[in-house]
Design a protein around this ligand. Structure first.
Ligand code: CTP
Length: 405
């Protein structure tokens, strides 16, 4: 499965309640379908005042449901039937009024009926609030939001910024692509619920002078995919990233660093409180022994300046030496002899799991192939998208963890 088909074979019920953000639901429908899902749209009467069912039918390629009395259903029970085949129910936009209804278990129209009648264990309910900032901040709304959360609903955002009313603040509905990512995340098994996971990613940059440095070709994509997969699996994730140009995965705490020493200094204090440490960063083994405060200039002679190097701290080995150490996973970036090199690093760094990959054939690319090496043996994860591999690695790690107390 490619990352573009994250919702293949998934059926999503998309509910719209009334609000100007209904226009974004059109884009969300397209995003969900692009991701491989089938989408059944359900609209409240108020939603139909903002966007027509005709538009939503055309985009979703299915007739839209607007009434609990819809006679198209043979048993006349649209409120039951629609969620029985669904993998998730997302209401976007969810108005203040609609959230109040859900919070109180009211069910006087089809969409609120669906929320109440859905099989709670099997069909997650995602609510994407969209309202004026004063409405969002009102204690009644905050009380209702807390209540729907306590009842198991996922409240997405809201975002902050310019509002249709001309005011600026909290209450904007998240963008369609963000909501689509939230649906994908909601459908992942929560294998790391209650765990804290620390990930390093990307290259490091070892400055020679103010304009030059030593680095490598790591793009950070594998580590970012692992951070995303761990977060989607329910973990609280911290990502320590070297210099890369990648967006931070949703709900992941990111700490940016440049050099190996900075990465070491960011990781070590956090490590003892983590359940898992995954070291994907391609840490530079050496740094210039001294940093030139000014740009090193050509001096007219034929001899190039000699660059003396000093060894960087081994971050993974240092974490593995901690008395209270997390479950440590290393990545071995090799050019050849993957199994032998990975096994040798497993022993040398004293970690329970080492993941081998061929550096030059994966750096910067969206796919990779992994070889998992541990005391019990080896497992090959064949070439695939980095996010798919990350999810598989998360599964492998989760199976090796001690149960939570
Ligand atoms: N690593 C680290 N700190 C370093 C060097 C490596 O934390 N200073 C981690 C990497 O993040 C990776 C693992 O150790 O998880 C193996 O990194 P790799 O560069 O493949 O191995 P090295 O120990 O650097 O060995 P070599 O360069 O000889 O292959």
């Amino acid at each position: 499965m490619s990352t573009s088909l994250q919702l293949d074979h998934r059926h999503i019920v998309l509910g719209l309640s009334g609000g100007i953000a209904c226009y974004k639901a059109a884009e969300l429908t397209r995003e969900l379908i692009k991701a491989g899902a089938s989408v059944q749209v359900v609209m409240t009467e108020a939603a139909a005042a903002f966007i027509t069912p005709v538009t939503m039918q055309a985009l979703s390629d299915r007739p839209v449901y607007t009434s609990q009395w819809d006679a198209r259903e043979a048993n006349n029970m649209a409120h039951i039937n629609l969620t029985r085949e669904a993998d998730a129910l997302i209401v976007a936009p969810a108005s203040a009024d609609f959230i109040a209804k859900v919070a109180n278990g009211l069910a006087d129209d089809l969409l609120s009926l669906l929320c109440l009648a859905r099989p709670v264990e099997r069909v997650p309910l995602l609510l994407a609030p969209a309202m004026n900032r004063e409405m969002w901040a009102h204690p009644a709304t905050q009380r209702n939001v807390a209540r729907v959360r306590a009842d198991g609903a996922l409240v997405l955002g809201p975002g902050s910024g310019d509002q249709a009313c001309g005011e600026v603040g909290d209450g904007r509905m998240l963008e369609a692509h963000e909501l689509c990512d939230e649906v994908v995340a909601a459908l992942q098994p929560k294998l790391l619920a209650g765990r804290r996971v620390l990930v390093t990613a990307g290259p490091t940059f070892e400055a020679i002078d103010p304009v030059r440095g030593i680095t490598n070709l790591s793009s950070g994509k594998m580590g970012f995919a692992i951070a995303r997969a761990a977060q989607e699996a329910g973990a609280e994730v911290t990502l320590v990233a070297g210099p890369v140009h990648l967006p931070t995965p949703r709900h992941v705490r990111r700490i940016d660093v440049a050099s190996a020493q900075q990465m070491h200094d960011a990781v070590l204090p956090l490590a003892p409180s983590q359940h898992v440490f995954i070291a994907t960063a391609a840490v530079a083994d050496w740094r210039p022994a001294s940093y030139a405060q000014r740009k090193i200039k050509k001096d007219g002679s034929a001899t190039a300046p000699a660059l003396e190097l000093a060894e960087n701290p081994d971050i993974l080995a240092a974490v593995a030496r901690l008395p209270q150490r997390p479950f440590c996973v290393g990545f071995a970036a090799e050019t050849d002899d993957l199994a032998k090199n990975a096994r040798e690093k497993l022993a040398r760094k004293n970690v329970p799991l080492m993941v081998g990959n061929i550096g030059p054939s994966t750096f910067g690319r969206n796919d990779n192939a992994l070889l998992l090496v541990d005391a019990r043996g080896e497992r090959q994860l064949p070439s695939s998208d980095k996010l798919n591999l990350a999810r598989e690695l998360v599964r492998e790690v989760s199976m090796r963890l001690e149960p939570l107390p």
